[in-house]
Design a protein around this ligand. Structure first.
Ligand code: GRF
Length: 189
């Protein structure tokens, strides 16, 4: 399948997807990297990999509908089939949802519906829960509310810091996201 990865940050999940493709454990191709942050690390990485990049500045548009119309045009041009959100820090609007219905996935660093929104790892850590994890879900108009596709638990051991918890969560993310995308592809949906 032809994937478009959306990211605003470091892009470690983008890296994991690219690696899985190289190792042939993920039967896909990243045909476009979409970012709302021209200075993001992930943009640099994508350019170095020769992944085509569409970077936009939300401020330069009248609103979400306008920049999503441009995104959809780029997705169509690249013939993207699935949209993979990987640290894209924005809610998806109706323009994109309608164009890619049932084809947009997100990864979130908690066991949803617990700890949606920003800093889910910090939220779980501060709440003192013993178990958190990673969720991959379909994207709908809400914040981290779409139907759940896959989840994996991560135990918060005594003595863990926020940093070591983050590391444990990222390890799970980097395996679970490519695997879940592959399973979706194999399901033929
Ligand atoms: C990940 O923790 C993901 O769960 C969340 O944003 C983070 C992105 O990290 N949605 P990276 O840019 O892939 O390293």
């Amino acid at each position: 399948k032809r994937l478009a990865v959306f990211a605003s940050g470091t892009g470690s999940n983008y890296d994991a997807i690219v690696e899985a493709i190289q190792k042939e454990t993920l039967d896909a191709e990243v045909v476009l990297l979409v970012s709302d942050k021209p200075a993001a690390k992930v943009v640099e990485k994508a350019k170095a990999n020769q992944t085509p990049v569409f970077v936009f500045e939300p401020k330069k548009y009248a609103g979400k509908e306008a920049f999503e119309a441009d995104i959809v045009a780029e997705l169509k041009k690249a013939q993207a089939e699935l949209v993979i959100l990987a640290g894209y820090m924005r809610l998806i609007g109706s323009t994109l949802l309608e164009a890619y219905e049932g084809r947009i996935f997100n990864i979130h660093p908690s066991l949803l519906p617990s700890f949606p929104g920003l800093d889910a790892i910090g939220q779980a850590f501060d709440a003192g829960v013993k178990l958190t994890g990673v969720t991959i879900h379909y994207v709908d108009a809400g914040m981290d509310t779409g139907k759940i596709v896959a989840q994996e638990a991560v135990r918060i051991e005594d003595g863990m810091t926020k940093e070591s918890l983050q590391q444990a969560i990222q390890e799970v993310e980097h395996r679970l996201y490519p695997d879940t995308i592959q399973q979706f592809i194999e399901s033929g949906e």
